[in-house]
Design a binder for this molecule. Structure first.
Ligand code: KG4
Ligand code: ZN
Length: 370
């Protein structure tokens, strides 16, 4: 069998510098460097620190990925890079590096939407996406329920999005209020192991009859958790962190999985894909498994290392775009820090050709007879 194109994917939208190499839907290598520890001091990602860290990590990460795959740059057939959404300085570093590599190797460059990367991450473990499928994207900045057909060719249909905070943001902010370390999501997950999810009854936002069945809202839940912490502090009580973490995680997992399965039922879709950093959450995974099994829906969740940001997921989208014959990006393509998720490719469509009807020739100006 003739093997397909080898695609190098670059990711630098937040605090992870990722390089991944994919061929024939298979992951050949991927390497991630994180500046998370540098941000932990500040309780959140500091954009300038992230951008500088990408600058330092870019070359070693790409070199390591090529070494692990046993390939030289000249064996790469295309470069794919996250051009949005994300932190502007961080995106700029990855894009500049990816342009240089594509130019040096003389191969096409593809601008990829970061969230489409999260969706495609699953293909590296479980093969091509069935069309259609329902995708729940749960990350630090986004919570969306999508109807996905051909990821490379078709527009992505948003069934619902969060109206305020994303699920990961809710975990991060509440963790901070509870005194747990950054990043909050994994810390809540760890703390929750020793807790009782029924110890506190946190609200399940937008789940009443008449509410939008697919929209999310997590800011009320965040406030409820903050009040619970405050009440304990005001009364001088010890904070039962494990119980609070378990109850918070339960509320988030309940809302996410309930709405995702409602979407599967309404659209008669038999596959649910859960992706993004919060898909690493143990309770989200367990409850999704339980509810999908009860509803006869196949559940696909990428392995933990491919749930959080990485370059392999961008390479996976790149490979789909190459195979679909998508238009590569021009070398002057720019970042789009707030790109909406409409398509996997962020390459601007070529301008519509102008079709001007030629004007009739200007009649000769005839001057007065001299
Ligand atoms: O997708 P991702 O790596 O980056 C973004 O594109 O945002 O997601 C990061 C988010 C953070 O909010 C982090 O706290 C959350 O994913 N996260 C988790 C877990 N691991 C990462 N949330 C809950 N439980 C986890 N185990
Ligand atoms: Zn992400």
């Amino acid at each position: 069998m003739v093997s397909g194109p080898v695609v190098l994917g670059i990711e630098s939208s937040c605090d992870e510098t990722g390089a991944g190499i994919v061929r024939d839907g298979k992951l050949l290598a991927h390497v991630v460097a994180s500046s998370m520890d540098e941000h932990a001091l500040f309780g959140g990602v500091v954009p300038e620190i992230a951008a500088r860290a990408h600058l330092q990590a870019f070359t070693p990460v790409v070199r390591e990925a090529l070494d692990r795959a046993g390939l030289r740059l000249s064996r790469i057939d295309a470069v794919a890079v996250t051009t949005g959404p994300g932190l502007s300085g961080a995106l700029q570093v990855g894009l500049a590096g990816a342009k240089s590599l594509a130019y040096a190797a003389g191969v096409p460059l593809y601008g990829v939407h970061h969230l489409a990367g999260h969706v495609a991450a699953d293909t590296l473990e479980h093969g091509p996406l069935p069309s259609p499928c329902v995708v729940l994207i749960v990350s630090g900045g986004h919570t969306s329920l999508l109807l996905v057909r051909d990821l490379a060719r078709d527009p992505i249909l948003h069934l619902g999005d969060t109206l305020d905070d994303a699920a990961g943001e809710c975990f991060d902010k509440v963790a901070r209020i509870m005194g747990l370390p950054y990043p909050g999501g994994p810390a809540v997950d760890r703390a929750a192991r020793d807790g009782d999810p029924r110890a506190v009854r946190f609200p399940r936002p937008l789940t009443r009859p008449g509410d939008d069945p697919y929209a999310f809202s997590f800011s009320g839940l965040k406030t409820a958790a903050a009040r619970w912490v405050e009440q304990h502090r005001l009364q001088g009580l010890d904070l039962p962190v494990a119980d609070g973490a378990a109850a918070l995680q339960e509320a988030v997992a309940d809302v996410l999985t309930r709405k995702a399965l409602a979407a599967c039922a309404a659209y008669d879709v038999r596959t649910l894909i859960v992706v993004g950093g919060v898909a690493a959450n143990s309770r989200v995974r367990a409850l999704a498994e339980q509810r999908c099994a009860a509803a006869g829906v196949e559940l696909r969740v990428p392995p933990m290392t491919l749930c959080t940001d990485n370059g392999a997921m961008i390479a996976a989208v790149g490979e789909l775009l190459v195979r679909a014959g998508a238009e590569p990006a021009p070398l002057d393509v720019s970042i789009d820090p707030s790109a909406p998720l409409e398509r996997a490719s962020l390459t601007p469509l070529p301008p519509t050709p102008l079709s001007l009807t030629p004007l009739p020739p200007t009649p000769a100006i005839v001057g007065p007879a001299s």
